[in-house]
Design a protein around this ligand. Structure first.
Ligand code: CU
Length: 367
């Protein structure tokens, strides 16, 4: 049996996505079919379109989705038809050494190809040919099949068109502050890159009580957004050296924690250099394949830490509902992250806006 979906298909890098009807096969054992309500437009999808992040084609992208379970395969126990879910682009099996050891964002399921289901085949078909999934989510389609371990049930009263953002950008930005750096009240923090993800790093730093939150970007517009989301200081790196400026604002030789939310050699190095001895720099941004760093090892003899996170570096199955609870309670901004809501037919335009730095987040909404 199959159902239909409208999907955005990438056939060739650097070419527009083709919006077309595709077949969706029934979910197999321990798989679920989700009818998506919304999917946020993220840089990681763009990396595939531009070829910076090589991926088998054709592929249905999208990995920041929220929707309603429409059908379940044999043996599915953790969700039922009608449940509201966020996608989890990193599944958690609950059984491997990573999951048992408390690091479910590193789950062993990541080791099998993420463009197929676990049996090594896709659930999308067009003209008799299979289409690849993206991170086993593929939210740029009205429907897709996911692993049971790749959906996170959420409360029903949360609006799906904003809840979808938590499925990638929000948790990716906030999680490093809460889970990795464990920023304490009164800390000094710098955030390099104030787009849709960095604004969540800033917002989370504010939430946990950081004293100085120094936003760094090259676009004045993004520095304004940063202040709306809780930054106490703004540094325009197109006009001044961000490292010396951050150090001067922080005092004491630099910040306690620096978060890099751009994904370039330069900004990662700047983040490390802006910390004081013993400080921590956390990589959040996704760098193009092949990026390398150049840093003086003496920085690490001074007990600095350079680390990073996957999907917030905590427990995705509880972190996603936790952030949605904070939003529903009025303590976390999600609606303010959405600059534009667009239909799937305007997805190519949404990527243009993202590349131009025009939006915090665009969301593709299905009616
Ligand atoms: Cu993403």
């Amino acid at each position: 049996m199959t159902t239909q979906a409208t999907a955005a298909v990438l056939y060739q890098v650097k070419q527009p996505l083709v919006i077309e009807d595709v077949e969706v096969l029934d979910p197999g054992p321990h798989e679920v079919l989700v009818r998506w309500k919304a999917n946020g437009v993220c840089h990681s999808d763009l990396h595939v379109i531009t070829g910076d992040y090589p991926h088998p084609l054709p592929v249905v992208l999208g990995h920041e989705a929220a929707g309603v379970v429409e059908q379940i395969g044999a043996g599915v126990e953790s969700v039922k038809v009608g449940d509201h879910v966020c996608s989890s682009y990193i599944p958690s099996c609950g059984r491997c050494g990573y999951c048992i050891g408390g690091q479910p964002t590193l789950c062993a399921l990541r080791d099998s190809p993420r463009w197929f289901m676990l049996d090594g085949t896709p659930r999308f078909r067009k003209n008799g040919q299979g289409l690849h999934h993206f991170l086993q989510v593929s939210g740029y389609a009205t429907r897709s099949v996911l692993l049971e371990q790749g959906v996170i049930p959420i409360r029903r009263d949360a609006p799906l068109e904003v809840a979808c953002l938590v499925s990638c950008g929000v948790l990716a930005g906030a999680g490093p502050v809460i889970n990795r750096a464990k920023v304490p009240p009164g800390a000094t923090v710098a955030v390099f890159g104030c787009g849709g993800v960095g604004l969540n790093t800033i917002q989370a730093a504010r939430l946990v009580g950081a004293a100085k939150i120094i936003a760094v970007d090259v676009l004045a517009r993004k520095l304004e957004w940063a202040q709306e989301f809780g930054a106490t200081h703004a540094v325009d790196a197109s006009r001044e050296d961000p490292v010396s400026r951050v150090q001067a604002i922080a005092g004491g030789g630099g910040v306690d924690f620096a978060f890099e939310v751009v994904g370039t050699q330069r900004t990662i190095e700047q983040a490390v250099l802006s910390t004081h001895r013993g400080g921590m720099a956390v990589v959040v941004g996704v760098s193009p394949a092949g990026t390398r760093l150049s840093l003086d090892p003496a920085l690490f003899l001074q007990q600095r830490t350079l680390t990073g996170t996957s999907f917030g570096g905590g427990h995705q199955r509880t972190d996603v509902p936790m952030l949605i609870d904070l939003f529903m309670d009025g303590r976390y901004k999600l609606k303010e992250l959405v600059t534009r809501e667009l239909p799937l037919t305007e997805l190519n335009h949404a990527f243009d806006l993202l590349q131009q730095g025009e939006v915090k987040r665009s969301v593709i909404v299905y009616r």
